[in-house]
Design a protein around this ligand. Structure first.
Ligand SMILES: Nc1ncnc2c1ncn2[C@@H]1O[C@H](COP(=O)(O)OP(=O)(O)O)[C@@H](O)[C@H]1O
Ligand SMILES: [Mg+2]
Length: 312
């Protein structure tokens, strides 16, 4: 199997309006593939179509057109569901069940025997950081962050080959996010592929090797995060210099438009393109400064995101 998820030309129209039926195109010809063994980040602003895509993949919504395969099998093939996990956005469960009961319920769905259900439930609730004293509390008494954790635990009960997480960090405080981040990284190390939607860019940078960026239902970019960040249209460079004061380069900066700033280690000169490096180095030498480094400035994920989605 080359790809663990393959999405081909997927479109989805929602019918809205009561008097006048109107279609809203939520997904528009989306094609995408995910290789096994990685954490794939599915990015996009609010309303970009992330949840719609995941729900179609999970068989909870029907596409208007297009096809998708998971583990090499068509999404209509329900047998594939035994091997995948899913944590919905804002997981909402039966309020009056406890976390243990919920885990038991999902364990039954996957055909685990009662001993295995108990073991697996304790193992997973511990893993997602839920204190044992809370396992037998009803879920209506849970905070949003705690529900998010139960949702994650539930999605792993069948030891899935791939798990689909829709905004897994939402509702978590910074400590909680860090813990869940570590858990997701651990999943990958143990061979589980993770497909996660998110708009929290720091989590993407920490976790995802590959990403897809969705914009109004269309694919705006996909690839290795490194490659996407390196391929920005204009590559700027930072030239670091020591041994002189900023004044020594101020006339060069003024005439060339290079950005001059003072750093703890010396002076930094930022030029907008490779072709401007030579002139800058000449000015540095003429001023008697010592060259420390010339480094390409990587576009930040935030800049890439804004460029691709047109949103901040
Ligand atoms: N049940 C629905 N009925 C009508 N429109 C919907 C429905 N669900 C989502 N949409 C619309 O589809 C688009 C994509 O939504 P969604 O998939 O939830 O985006 P995301 O998860 O990226 O925020 C949005 O414009 C949203 O308003
Ligand atoms: Mg969503």
């Amino acid at each position: 199997m080359e790809y663990i998820v393959e999405i081909q030309d997927l479109s989805k129209d929602y019918e809205t309006g009561f008097w006048k039926k109107k279609n809203v195109r939520a997904l528009d010809g989306l094609s995408l593939s995910v290789e096994p063994g990685q954490i794939f980040g599915f990015l996009g602003g609010n309303g970009a179509g992330k949840t719609t895509t995941i729900k179609i993949l999970m068989g909870l919504l029907f596409p208007t057109s297009g096809t998708a395969r998971i583990l090499g099998r068509d999404i209509a093939d329900v047998s594939m569901h035994r091997e995948i996990g899913y944590c919905p956005e804002n997981p909402y469960f039966y309020d009056y069940l406890t976390a243990s009961e919920l885990m038991n319920y999902f364990g039954e769905i996957f055909g685990l025997d009662s001993r295995r259900r108990k073991e697996r439930s304790a193992e997973l609730l511990t893993k997602v950081g839920l204190a044992e004293k809370d396992w037998n509390k009803q879920l209506r008494k849970y905070s949003k962050g705690m529900l998010q954790r139960v949702g994650l635990a539930q999605s792993l009960i069948n030891d899935p080959k791939i798990v689909f997480l829709d905004e897994p960090m939402s509702g978590l405080d910074p400590m909680g996010r860090r813990e869940i981040r570590e858990l997701i990284a651990e999943l990958r190390s143990s061979g589980t592929t993770v497909f996660m939607s998110t708009h929290i860019l720091s989590d993407v940078e920490a976790l995802c090797e590959r990403v897809a960026i969705l914009r109004r239902g269309k694919l705006a970019a996909t690839g290795r995060l490194e490659d996407l960040l390196a391929s920005s249209e204009q590559q700027a460079f930072e030239i670091s210099v020591s041994g002189i004061s900023a004044v020594a380069l101020s006339s060069f900066a003024a005439s060339s438009g290079a950005e001059l700033s003072e750093k703890p280690t010396g002076i930094s000169l930022q030029v907008d393109s490779e072709s401007e490096i030579d002139a800058a180095l000449k000015a540095v030498r003429a001023s008697g400064g010592k060259l420390l480094s010339v480094q390409p400035i990587r576009q930040s994920l935030e800049e890439l995101f804004v460029e691709k989605t047109g949103t901040a």
